[in-house]
Design a binder for this molecule. Structure first.
Ligand SMILES: [Mg+2]
Length: 318
């Protein structure tokens, strides 16, 4: 049987057939939104994921504009930092400073002609200035206010994210949310959406509060878009990946070019299927995204494509 299967795959590669890619595209149904640079390579990755099954799989996903939607009917959703910075619960001074910082640094973050190394010092500067702004505010934020903000936030999970997270939970597949955003808010958003499940871990920037529940400091080192690969290698997180040693296959999801390196903490990684959500600047950014990600989903505000893959991995695994 194994031999016959091997022969079948050999024949398929001669004929350049991609039955698993085709199957996922058919189940997904919106193939015009899917861009794949190397069909054969993607087929090979899918074949590894399906043949090794759910017990070999882990998921690593970005949060802002990946697990959450980029827009709803054309109206841009907020990021986890944005929710806090724009909340009526923070002072006008913090709000004004946040806008000023965003206007200065966001164009650098999404500039496709700068390298990650060139961007990194600017990203760190952005976070440090933003954190200083929160810490110098009077009064300082309270932990209870973060919970309140999450309830009112214009952060909407991508369609069928609930299905995705619940499927992963049911199949015992660990999911890591690796975010350059504000972890406290990400966790609260998961709670509001009833998907704060035990198989989900969040690595992000966290506000730390004193015994009165008042903001005291921020976690270090800063996790920004272009150091996620190093952030996961921090001592605090090695145990997480050590425990997942038996899961060398990864479905990775991100919306920024920096997200493609999020699986760097995975020990002896085998098949890493990288799925990128291209949310904006479609024509301008598509070539760079196709270069970095195995699959690029253009303006898809759902998790349907990934759910179709999971259906194959979990239910069709042989
Ligand atoms: Mg993002």
């Amino acid at each position: 049987m194994v031999l016959r299967k091997g022969l079948l795959y050999q024949l398929m590669s001669w004929a350049k057939m991609t039955p698993l890619v085709d199957q996922v595209l058919k189940a997904y149904g919106r193939s015009e939104q899917v861009k794949i640079q190397n069909l054969e390579h993607t087929e090979k990755l899918l074949r590894s994921l399906v043949s090794s099954g759910p017990q070999s799989l882990q998921v690593i996903t970005d949060f802002d504009a990946t697990l959450s939607r980029y827009h709803v009917n054309g109206k841009k959703c907020e990021s986890s930092y944005g929710v806090i910075a724009h909340s009526p619960l923070v002072t006008k001074k913090v709000k004004d400073e946040a806008i000023e910082l965003f206007d200065k640094y966001y164009p650098i973050e999404i500039n496709v002609s700068m390298t990650a190394e060139e961007k990194t010092p600017y990203m760190i500067e952005w976070y440090e200035k933003s954190h200083d702004s929160f810490l110098s505010s009077s009064p300082r934020l309270k932990l209870s206010q973060i919970t309140e903000m999450a309830k009112d936030a214009h952060v909407i999970l991508r369609d069928n994210s609930h299905k995705l997270l619940k499927t992963l939970h049911k199949a015992n597949i660990p999911a890591l949310i690796l975010s350059a955003g504000m972890g406290n808010l990400v966790e609260e958003i998961l709670k509001v959406n009833s998907v704060n499940l035990p198989n989900v871990k969040v690595i992000a920037n966290f506000m730390k509060f004193d015994e009165t529940g008042t903001l005291k400091e921020f976690s270090e080192p800063v996790v920004h878009v272009y150091n996620k690969n190093e952030a996961v290698l921090h001592d605090d997180h090695t145990a997480y990946f050590e425990n997942l040693k038996s899961r060398p296959n990864v479905i990775l999801m991100g919306d920024s070019l920096g997200d493609v390196n999020m699986a760097s903490g995975v020990q002896e990684a085998s098949a890493v299927l990288k799925i990128g959500f291209l949310n904006t600047h479609f024509e301008e950014h598509l070539p760079a995204y196709m270069e970095s990600y195995d699959v690029v989903l253009v303006d898809d505000q759902s998790m349907d494509f990934i759910n179709s893959i999971l259906d194959l991995v979990i239910y069709d695994a042989n």
